[in-house]
Design a protein around this ligand. Structure first.
Ligand code: GDP
Length: 613
């Protein structure tokens, strides 16, 4: 049904109908869903005080505002939700183990190695793998497939550990930013001759943000000048306190080069996993997991390494992996051997997919090829749409503060990057001293010297509500591109007090004053006069309060607002102009609106700035 909406713009009314829109939808998407003209929605938004173009992707608040205005119940769905719903429509649940507790069995921990460049991450991964090539497999060609599994004896039991074979936190954060949580535990490599370095602390930040326990491998103990105790002392500052200092963290001295004490490291991983994690999965269900790496091989087609997270993957299974699908033609392990079944925490190379999935895409086994194809097709078309939309709505400092106020965010998280460490510390100190009351918490999740890197943006992406502050620094090019694309707010300052002032003002909500409506008076229309040049004037009786000239007004008919955003442009008592007329008196009111009827009520009000407390 078409009915006049606001300001005479024609748009359908929803009467409460539900409209589902993806995150970052545009007014054009909205218009398509409700069968309206996009231009009319642009106009309505303009009336509501927001200037947006038809194709620009807008934030959830804007979609909600528009929905309310047109009486649609707008539901904004995230890509993850959308995917969950897509799978649910096929009666598939992703991400949960089927059945109850009794069906869960323990699974090996999945480990990522992180640490500063040149501290020996790659060497350590190689050393662990080579030390573990068992006699029977020695002939196999060890190859890099993105992850591998090793065995070790702990307390007389054979235990397995899976290592993700891409060291460093770039892969780790990229996966997490896509919602894929693969890593159970982090091995932090610190060179004993070099100590804690910037990427060491970055790695700690990432692991902590992900709530993943850390085992510290103090590497290169064979080197002259190695001082493993100093590493322990340094790391206490970052909350990693060695057992011998009364803490909980296991530190293991190793030499990746000489293959020294690698068993000790594996044991520490198993012990930490046993103590801090409950790693169990249901092996008796259709397999599900995550793609870790994939490429196109000339001879073999799409080759994808997947990590099974629950269930058992078997040759012949029909699978979907991101936008790719197919039947598992063969599975290979890290030694190039054929594998028939892969249990939870097992990484395997899968041959047989139609396309190359992305790292971090989820994979799952489905009943048959047809279902696999349908899911893959739907995902692929959704991905195309998302790409068309290009950018996600920006969550600016102001918007975050709105969310803070609404209780959707409890914390404003900051990443501070500066040109020299002195100014970074000074800025952090002062920012933390800002008194913003109890409801709002300000937390600095990273501080550092140097340009804003892609890694900073990735960290901001993994925690909603993070703003990056650049003090006398600029982002690296790929970092600013990523921030633009993903909508991360970066603020630049060169004067400390300016930064403090802006954050403080923002936190106190003073960047945008809030107004509230105060009712002034109401009057009932008793007579209508036509006045040349002015139009219709309402001969009225003031029912309550005072009618003031120039105040805002709306016209109410039978309890329904028929016109708003009006102004009392003329006010007369008998033939005289009046500035105000009180309750119980008659007057002539002109509101610049001709469609007045007897019995209408004119309500007048003004907008008053709401005081902050
Ligand atoms: P990554 O950047 O952390 O992956 O570091 P690499 O594994 O590439 O190692 C950096 C350098 O340190 C290489 O030259 C390695 O040979 C050397 N290295 C790694 N581990 C050890 C070790 O335990 N002892 C000694 N002496 N050198 C090592």
């Amino acid at each position: 049904m078409q009915a006049p909406a606001i300001g005479g713009v024609q748009a359908p009314r929803g009467n409460g109908r539900v409209v589902r829109l993806p995150q970052g939808a545009s007014l054009t998407d909205f218009a398509e869903k409700i069968g309206a003209n996009p231009a009319s929605l642009v106009q309505i938004m303009l009336h509501l005080g927001e200037m947006v173009t038809a194709t620009q992707s807008v934030n959830e608040e804007t979609l909600q505002l528009l929905g309310e205005e047109l009486d649609f119940n707008v539901q904004v769905v995230s890509p993850e939700d959308e995917d969950r719903e897509l799978l649910e429509s096929f009666d598939i649940e992703y991400g949960e183990d089927e059945g109850g507790e009794e069906r869960l069995q323990s699974r090996p921990p999945v480990v990522t190695i992180m640490g500063h460049v040149d501290h020996g991450k790659t060497k350590l991964l190689d050393a662990i793998r080579n030390a573990n090539v068992v006699a029977g497999e020695a002939g196999g060609i060890t190859q890099h497939i993105g992850a591998y599994q090793v065995g070790t004896q702990v307390d007389g039991q054979e235990r397995k550990i899976t290592f993700i074979d891409t060291p460093g936190h770039e892969a780790f954060t990229a996966m997490r930013a896509r919602g894929a949580e693969t890593t159970d535990l982090v091995v932090l490599v610190v060179a004993a001759d070099d100590g804690v370095k910037p990427q060491t602390t970055e790695a700690i930040d990432h692991a902590t943000a992900a709530g993943v326990p850390i085992v510290v491998a103090v590497n290169k103990v064979d080197k002259e000048g190695a001082d493993p105790q100093r590493v322990r002392a340094q790391l206490t500052e970052y909350g990693l306190v060695a057992e011998e200092f009364g803490g909980q963290t296991l530190f293991v001295d190793v030499s990746a080069k000489q293959g020294l004490n690698l068993d000790g490291l594996l044991e520490a991983v198993v012990l930490t996993a046993d103590a801090e994690l409950d790693l169990r999965a249901n092996p008796d269900q259709d397999a599900q997991g995550v793609a870790i790496e994939a490429h196109l091989d000339r001879g073999r087609g799409s080759v994808a390494t997947v990590l099974v997270q629950r269930g058992t993957l078997q040759v012949g299974d029909s699978i979907v992996c991101g936008g790719a699908f197919g039947r598992v033609r063969a599975m290979l392990d890290e030694n190039g051997n054929n594998v028939e079944v892969a249990l939870p925490s097992r990484p395997v190379q899968v041959l047989g997919l139609t396309a190359v999935p992305g790292a971090g895409d989820n994979f799952l086994v489905v009943d048959d090829d047809r279902v696999a194809r349908q899911i893959a097709d739907r995902r692929a078309s959704r991905k195309r749409n998302a790409e068309l939309l290009k950018s996600r709505p920006k969550l600016t400092l102001e918007e975050m503060l709105e969310d803070l106020k609404k209780g959707e965010l409890q914390e404003l998280l900051l990443i501070i990057k500066g040109d020299v460490s002195g100014s970074v510390e000074a800025l952090e100190d002062s920012l933390l001293k800002i008194d913003v009351g109890d409801e709002v918490n300000l937390r600095v999740i990273r501080r550092g010297v140097g340009a804003i890197t892609q890694d900073d943006v990735n960290l901001a992406l993994t925690s909603k509500g993070t703003v990056i502050i650049g003090f006398n620094v600029r982002p690296e090019r790929n970092a600013s591109e990523l921030a633009d694309r993903e909508g991360v707010d970066i603020r630049y300052y060169s004067v400390i007090y300016q930064a403090i002032e802006e954050v403080e003002l923002a936190l106190k909500g003073m960047l945008k004053p809030e107004y509230e409506e105060a009712q002034l008076g109401t009057a009932e229309v008793r007579e209508i006069f036509k006045v040349p040049r002015i139009g219709n004037v309402a001969g009225s009786m003031v029912l309550s309060g005072t009618i003031k000239r120039n105040s805002k007004a709306r016209l109410v008919r039978d309890g329904i607002v028929v016109a708003q955003e009006l102004t009392v442009s003329s006010l007369r008592r008998f033939k005289e102009d009046a500035t105000e007329v009180r309750e119980g008196f008659e007057c002539g009111i002109g509101v610049g609106y001709n469609d007045i009827k007897l019995g209408d009520v004119i309500e007048t009000y003004e907008m008053r700035e709401k005081p902050r407390d």
